[in-house]
Write a protein that binds this ligand. Structure first.
Ligand SMILES: Cc1cc2nc3c(=O)[nH]c(=O)nc-3n(C[C@H](O)[C@H](O)[C@H](O)COP(=O)(O)O)c2cc1C
Length: 199
């Protein structure tokens, strides 16, 4: 493309695709526990996200990949490759994080450990829940993100097991969280787009 075309905004086909293609953001369910509440939280986040129309959002359930416990098998389970392939096709993440003994769930840590390059140079937001909003679990996750070159954004919706759930099992989020989820997604999309340029 010539200099004049560049100055007057004519894009090549390739550049046009780059600027109009939506990012793929995975909403990752952190828990695999039977009777878990995380699917309700993920559906709620996806509902807010889909209204924005600024990215392709999908729920990614770790349980679907049937990952073994790291190091206990020869690594040939198809779910391991499928998990890495899924992550490789995502530009950013929203982790749905629940607090287990003041940290993140073992299933999320295991899934984080099962990939490396597929996490690199991508952005992530965290939505957490627990008796204190899952704050301690989320802070532990931030340390892991640093090692996996995941840029975790600042805005962090924290949900209370006492005031955002009925009987700690039926998700009834307070209205005030909507603005926080939108602010978090705004940051995730911006940073995911920026980091795509360094991959
Ligand atoms: C083994 C275990 C440990 C837990 N530890 C904590 C904790 O330290 N802090 C907390 O706020 N909630 C704790 N909880 C409560 C969980 O956050 C709550 O059960 C939540 O619903 C789990 O997420 P899930 O339903 O998506 O699996 C614990 C639950 C279990 C089963």
């Amino acid at each position: 493309m010539g200099l004049l075309d560049r100055l007057f905004g004519k894009e090549t086909k390739e550049e046009e695709t780059m600027t109009t293609e939506k990012l793929n953001i995975g909403i990752i369910l952190g828990s695999t526990r039977q009777g878990r509440v995380s699917p309700q939280v993920a559906e709620w986040v996806k509902g807010i996200a889909d209204q924005r129309g600024d990215a392709n959002y999908e729920i990614v359930d770790i349980a679907d990949f049937k990952l073994p416990f790291l190091g206990t098998t020869d690594g040939s389970e198809p779910g391991i490759a499928a998990w890495n392939e899924k992550l490789a096709n995502l530009d950013g993440f929203v982790f749905i994080v629940q607090e287990y003994n003041h940290s993140l769930s073992a299933s999320l840590k295991n899934a984080l450990d099962f990939a490396r390059e597929a996490w690199y140079n991508k952005a992530a937001g965290i939505v957490s829940y627990g008796s204190t909003g899952g704050a301690r679990a989320a802070e532990h996750l931030r340390g892991i993100c640093a090692e996996l070159k995941i840029a975790d954004v600042r805005t962090h919706p924290t949900l209370s097991l006492f005031t955002d759930f009925e009987n700690m099992s039926v998700f009834t989020p307070q209205e005030l969280h909507n603005a926080n989820v939108n602010a978090m997604l705004e940051e995730v999309v911006a940073w995911s787009g920026a980091l795509k340029t360094v991959r």
